[in-house]
Design a protein around this ligand. Sequence first.
Ligand code: ARG
Length: 446
Amino acid sequence: MMRTRKAAAALFVFFLVFAATLSAEAAKEKKKPHVVYIKAGHLFDATSDNLRDNVVITVEDERIKGVDAADAVKIPAGAEVIDLSKAWVLPGLIDCHVHLEARADKLDPIEDVRSTPFKGGFAGVVNARTTLLAGFTSVRDVGSSPFFAVDLRDAINEGFIPGPRVVASGPPLSITGGHGDMNSFAPAVSNYLYPEEKDFAIVDGPEAVRHAVRAQIKYRVDVIKLMATGGVMSQGDQPGAEQLTYDEMKMAVDEAHRAGRKVAAHAHGTQGIKDAVRAGVDSIEHGSLIDDEGIQMMKERGTYLVADIYNDDYILGNAAKFGLPEANIEKERKLGRLQRENFQKAVKAGVKVAFGTDAGVYPHGDNAKQFHYMVKFGLTPAGAIRAATSSAADLIGRKDTVGTIEAGKYADIIAVTENPLDRIEVLEHVPFVMKGGVVYKDEVGK
Ligand code: ARG
C-alpha cells in the first residue's frame, strides 16, 4: 500500500516537472527574437586596421547575428532598420582604467572625511550613464571603496540603471602609507573612516596579500588592482618609489590567477614596473617612468601597457581649482611629459597597448580626449581604436563577447559622422550608442 502511494507520488512529481518543462519550451518558442538591421556606410570592425564599405549588421536581441556586404542581405519589408549609411560604425569603446565613484571636481583630500559612501554611489550612477553616452560600452573600474564597483556592475547588468559593462575591482591593494592608503589624517580618523581597509586593501607581507585577494574574490570582484609604486594624487609618497615588493605582488598574481582573475598594477616607478611585470601582472597602469629594460620585459611577456596620457592636461589645467594640493600638482609637473615620451618609446618597441584613462581624475565622459595623444605619441589612428576595442577586450578577458563587430558578440556598436582614421578626435563626440542591442543615443544627422 505504502509503496504504491510512493510510486504514485513519484509519478505525479514527474508529471509536474514534465509539464513545467513543456510550458517553458512553449514560452521560449513564443518569444520571437527582436531583429534590427543596421546599415553601415563604413565599418571599422576592429578585426583588422581596415574599413569596409556598405555593410549590414544584423542584430538579434542583444547579440550580433551577422555582418555582411549590403548587397548580400535581403532586408524583409517592414523590418526594423537603423540607417547609418552616411556614418562610420565601430565597436563600442572600452576604457580599461576608470574610477566611476570619483568626481574630478572634488579633488581636495578633505572630501574623504566629509562624505559618506553614498556620495560615491550617487556619483557612480551619473558617471556610468555619462560614460556610456560618450560611446564607452565597457569599462574596467580599477579602484573604489568596498565594493562599489561590484554593486554598480550588478545594478547595470540587472538593467536598473544605464551604464557600460563593468569589470570591477575592489579597493586597490596597497602597503601601509602607500598610494592606496589615507595618509594625511590622524590615525583615529583613518581607522574610523575605513575599518574594512585592513581586511581588503592595506597589506604588508605576502600572507596579508593572500588574505586580501581571497577576501576580495569572496566579495565577487572581477579583477585585482595593485599599487606597485607611489602616485601623483596620494599624499606623502612619490610616484617613482616602489611600494609593494616583488614577493607581495607574486603572491597577489598567484592567488588571483588561480581564481581566474587578472591583475592590474598601478606602477609609475622604473623598478616597481619591472618587479610587477616579473611577478606576472596582466597590465601596467600609467607606466610613466619605464626604461628600455622594462619595455623589453613587457614586450617579451606580453604585458599590456595602459597609460593615462590625457590626464596631465587636466591635472595641470584644472585640478588646483578643484582642491588638489600643490604638492600633488608638483608631482604631476615632474611626471606628465616623461610619461608621454616613454609611452611613445614603448609603442615603437611594440609593447601591447590597451586604452585606459583614469577617468575620475578628469571628468567622466571626456575619455575619448586621450585618443588625440595616443596618435600624437606613436599609434596610428587604427591602432589607437584597436587599443580601445579588440586589445582592451583581450586585456579585460572579454574578447569572446566584446571588442569587435562580429557575429556572436554583444551588439555594442557606436557611430560617428566623420572618418576617425582621418581625424581621431571625432570620437570625442559620439552621436550613436547601442549596447547589447539597445539604443541609448541616436543623434546621427540631428
Ligand atoms: N591616479 C594616478 C596617480 O595618482 C594619476 C596619475 C596622473 N598623471 C599622469 N601623468 N598620468 O598616480
